[in-house]
Design a protein around this ligand. Structure first.
Ligand SMILES: NC(=O)c1ccc[n+]([C@@H]2O[C@H](COP(=O)([O-])OP(=O)(O)OC[C@H]3O[C@@H](n4cnc5c(N)ncnc54)[C@H](OP(=O)(O)O)[C@@H]3O)[C@@H](O)[C@H]2O)c1
Length: 255
C-alpha cells in the first residue's frame, strides 16, 4: 500500500478537522513524506496543539498561512516550494473556514463579506497561488490518471450549501455560511473543469456534522470518525470523481 500522496498541505490545521487531518496523515502506516500543516499563527497560543504534534513527527512542517492575506499565501508558497526543492505539491486541502449563524433579521453586509472572504476568496486564491506547484506534481507523474497521489485540490464544503437539498433552512438559515459555501462549490466545479486536462483533480467534500468548535458538542460525529472517512474517500478518488460533491463516506451529494 502506498501513501495517499508524497506531499500534502492542509489549511487551518491548528484545530478541528484540519488538526485531525494532519494527525491521522502523520500517524498512518504510510505517511506522506511532507505534511505542510498551515495555520494563521503557528507560534501563538492557538498553534500549541499543532506544534506539539509536529514535535512528534519529522514529516510535519509548520507553515504560516492566513488564507485571506495574499502576502501570507505567497510566503507559504515560497516556504513550501523551497522545502520541496524541484518537486511539486501533490495534495492541497482547503479546509480553513468560518461559520456564521446570521439570520435574515441579523445578517449585515460586513458579516456576509467577511465570511465570503474566508470561505470563497481564500480557497480560490490559495489554489491559484499553489497552482504552479500542483502543475509540477501533475507533470512529474507523466500520463497517470487523476488522483490525490498525482495532484489534487480538495475543498472542504458542507451539505448545508446544497441547493438541491436545502436542508433545515427554517431552523438554521445561516445566510453567510450557506451562500459562501455554495459559491465555493461553484469554484470547485470551475477548477475541476479547467484543471483536469492539466492532471489536477478537484473535488468538494462534506465532512459530516462534526464535534469541533464549529460543529459543537451536539454533532453526532467525532472528528476522528469524520477524518478517517475523508482520508478513505480521498484515497479512492480517480478520474470519475473530478468535479464531484461527496460526503465523508463517499456518497454523491446534489449541488
Ligand atoms: N464541523 C462541522 O460540523 C463541519 C460541517 C461541514 C463543513 N465543515 C467545514 O470543515 C472545515 C473545518 O471546520 P472545523 O469544524 O474544523 O472548524 P473549526 O474547528 O472552527 O476550525 C476552523 C479552522 O479554520 C481556520 N481558519 C479560519 N479562518 C482562517 C484563515 N483566514 N486563514 C487560515 N485559517 C483559518 C481556523 O484557524 P484559527 O484557529 O486561527 O481561527 C481553524 O483552524 C470548514 O471549512 C467548515 O466549513 C465543518
Amino acid at each position: 500500500m502506498a501513501a495517499l500522496a508524497r506531499s500534502v498541505l492542509v489549511t487551518g490545521s491548528n484545530r478541528g478537522i484540519g488538526l485531525e487531518l494532519v494527525r491521522q496523515l502523520a500517524a498512518s502506516p504510510w505517511p506522506p513524506q511532507h505534511i505542510f500543516a498551515t495555520c494563521r499563527d503557528p507560534e501563538g497560543p492557538r498553534g500549541k496543539a499543532l506544534k506539539e504534534l509536529a514535535a512528534q513527527h519529522t514529516s510535519i512542517k509548520l507553515v504560516q498561512l492566513d488564507t485571506v492575506n495574499l502576502p501570507s499565501i505567497r510566503g507559504a508558497v515560497g516556504a513550501v516550494g523551497s522545502h520541496l526543492k524541484d518537486q511539486g505539491l501533490n495534495l492541497l486541502i482547503n479546509n480553513a473556514g468560518v461559520s456564521s449563524h446570521a439570520t435574515l433579521r441579523s445578517v449585515d453586509p460586513q458579516e456576509m463579506i467577511a465570511v465570503f472572504a474566508t470561505n470563497v476568496v481564500g480557497p480560490l486564491q490559495v489554489t491559484k497561488e499553489f497552482l504552479p506547484l500542483l502543475e509540477q506534481a501533475a507533470k512529474d507523474k507523466g500520463k497517470e490518471g487523476l488522483s490525490c497521489g498525482r495532484a489534487a485540490a480538495i475543498n472542504i464544503s458542507t451539505k448545508l450549501a446544497s441547493l438541491g437539498l436545502c436542508l433545515g433552512v427554517p431552523e438554521a438559515p445561516m445566510y453567510p455560511y450557506r451562500a459562501s459555501k455554495a459559491a465555493q462549490n461553484m469554484v470547485t466545479r470551475c477548477l475541476a473543469a479547467e484543471l483536469q486536462d492539466k492532471g489536477i483533480l478537484c473535488v468538494a467534500i462534506h465532512p459530516g456534522w462534526v464535534k469541533t468548535d464549529m460543529g459543537t458538542e451536539k454533532a453526532p460525529l467525532t472528528v476522528e470518525q469524520s477524518v478517517r472517512g475523508i482520508l478513505t474517500v480521498l484515497a479512492s478518488l480517480s478520474q470519475d470523481a473530478s468535479g464531484a460533491f461527496l460526503d465523508w463516506e463517499g456518497n454523491c451529494l446534489p449541488w
